[in-house]
Design a protein around this ligand. Structure first.
Ligand code: APR
Length: 256
């Protein structure tokens, strides 16, 4: 867990920021019981992303692609947001955060009360048809083993409404609007390795801004430098972010 002084520094950076935005990744949902992708025990240990998580795989072998989608979907069943998501919602409501850009497909930020959320990689609680454009809810029945579900309108195989490798990310225009004038990016629970999300902190730094990083430990981004006054708050997001929000909102004695 980051020290009291480090939390204080992070809170000062957030208070001073003209415009702060959060970028989140799978690590922020680990304390909800959802494994991330690249840590030991992560989904990519079992499912090679280049084999299972590509558009090519879905188009050619939807049954095989569904092995991975079902494994991912099962990790979300019965799970919900944790104190890290709640802290970001609190910071937004307090006017300290303009919004959240997330790579996550679990919907936990909205469940926690964040309003301005850009889901760059889509949402796993929905299905989509690439042929006719139908989008609808993903029910528990499609997570049972069996053939790929098919579109009730056109018969084409359905996929979860998430972004596969070889597909364009979603909401880039809204992300750009959020980042306009952003001088502090709060980067939480991401290895910051997958473009284009990984470019965002680098862009903020290149424009003279800083990154406040919340992660279990240093990442490539940390090693590259986090900009003037930027720092890594090492530890679990579910502890660090509530402590940070408490400090920013003047409730430091309660939680830090
Ligand atoms: N608190 C803070 N950070 C954590 C925690 C935690 N409790 N648990 C794990 N982490 C950190 C890990 O140390 C790692 O740096 O979160 C990061 C998770 O990294 P990845 O597994 O690479 O997840 P992410 O960055 O979201 O991946 C980006 O890759 O394959 C794609 O589409 C997938 O959206 C995903 C994208």
């Amino acid at each position: 867990m980051a020290s009291r002084e480090e939390i204080q520094k992070g809170a000062d950076a957030l208070r001073r920021a003209r415009r702060a935005v959060a970028l989140t990744g799978a690590g922020i949902s680990v304390e909800s019981g959802v494994p991330d992708f690249r840590s030991p025990g992560g989904l990519w240990e079992v499912y090679d992303p280049g084999t299972y998580a590509t558009l090519f795989c879905f188009l050619r072998e939807p049954e095989r692609a569904w092995e991975f989608y079902r494994a991912l979907g099962r990790t979300l069943v019965g799970k919900t947001f944790n104190p890290a998501h709640a802290a970001l919602a609190e910071l937004e409501q307090a006017g300290r955060l303009a919004g959240v850009i997330t790579q996550n497909v679990d919907g936990f930020h909205q469940a926690a009360g964040s309003r301005n959320v850009v889901e760059m990689h889509g949402n796993h609680h929905q299905l989509q048809c690439l042929s006719c454009g139908w989008v609808g809810p993903l029910g528990p029945e499609v997570l049972e083993p069996g053939p790929a579900p098919r579109c009730g309108d056109c018969g084409h195989p359905l996929k979860p409404n998430v972004v596969l490798f070889q597909e364009d990310v979603r909401g880039m225009d809204r992300a750009e609007d959020l980042l306009e004038g952003c001088d502090l990016l709060l980067v939480a629970g991401t290895s910051a390795q997958v473009a284009p999300a990984a470019w965002l902190p680098r862009r903020v730094i290149a424009a003279g801004g800083s990154v406040l990083e919340v992660n279990l430990g240093p990442t490539d981004l940390t090693a590259e430098g986090l900009g003037p006054g930027g720092l890594l708050l090492a530890g679990q997001a579910g502890e660090t972010l509530p402590a940070l929000a408490a400090q920013v909102n003047g409730r430091a004695q309660e939680q830090v």
